[in-house]
Design a protein around this ligand. Structure first.
Ligand SMILES: C[S@@+](CC[C@H](N)C(=O)[O-])C[C@H]1O[C@@H](n2cnc3c(N)ncnc32)[C@H](O)[C@@H]1O
Length: 236
């Protein structure tokens, strides 16, 4: 199992995604009962790209958000960055994958000049990094003034009547699917662990503001187990 406080955390995360890359898309659909596509569509809408605009998908993985953005408007330019070559290789082979520019990069040090993009998005990245604020500061640096930064990630579930069912899904169903479909129960034990120990949507919004974004807003999805955040880099 990969622990957030391990000194090798980033290397373990990278290796884990390389391992599960081939079954990643299918696992997402099964775990979210097919809802993940609708959330990614919301990410694209919140990014508010102008026609022909440029989109950076940080931690692009197998490309779902960038592919959704190209489906929404084929005139955009989609660039994806990720440190897992395995995930990007799988993504590049998908239909439409050749329309994306795939860049091997660490989310802490994006290899792009300041203000390069009309919007920067990430899906399921920030839960995997130790310094969430630094990762957002880097996204603020590369988005143009007035451009949006959008973040989709899981959120720790609140105590409610549904809580026991949600925990059953996290603790039993997801690791079981991980073992049967991805052949990797440990990666899918890490997933619920990382969700439960992650920041609340309120805390994440505060970090985004501290990173320099304004008009930060969020909405909870899927019984509060997901959150979609959006903020804007202020005009200079
Ligand atoms: C759960 S996947 C999400 C992929 C995609 N964004 C999606 O919505 O399906 C997380 C991705 O984040 C990448 N990742 C995690 N930490 C990273 C970092 N520090 N720099 C670059 N990529 C990172 C992993 O390699 C993996 O592809």
């Amino acid at each position: 199992m990969v622990h957030r406080d391990s000194p090798d955390h980033a290397r373990c995360v990278q290796a884990m995604f390389d391992r599960i890359a081939r079954r990643y898309v299918l696992m997402n659909s099964l775990m979210t009962l097919g809802r993940d596509r609708a959330w990614r569509r919301m990410v694209v809408e919140k990014a508010a790209l102008p026609p022909g605009g440029s989109l950076l998908d940080v931690a692009i993985g197998t490309g779902d958000i960038a592919l959704e953005a190209l489906r929404h408007d084929e005139s955009i330019q989609a660039i994806g960055a990720d440190f897992s070559q395995g995930m990007m290789r799988t993504g590049r082979a998908r239909p439409g994958g050749d329309r994306i520019y795939w860049v091997g990069a660490d989310a802490y040090h994006l290899p792009f000049p300041d203000a390069s993009f009309d919007a920067v998005v990430s899906g399921f990245l920030v839960r995997n990094v130790d310094d969430v604020a630094a990762v957002f500061r880097e996204q603020v640096r590369v988005v143009r003034p007035g451009g949006r930064v959008v973040c989709l990630d899981a959120a720790p579930p609140k105590r409610s009547l549904l809580y026991p069912f949600i925990m059953f899904h996290f603790r039993v169903i997801i690791p079981l699917l991980g073992r049967l479909i991805a052949g990797d129960a440990s990666a899918y034990t890490y997933l619920p662990d990382s969700i439960q120990s992650f920041k609340t949507p309120e805390q994440l919004a505060a970090i985004m503001r501290e990173a320099g974004l304004v008009d930060v807003d969020y909405r909870r999805l899927m019984f509060g187990t997901m959150a979609l955040h959006v903020g804007t880099r202020p005009e200079e």
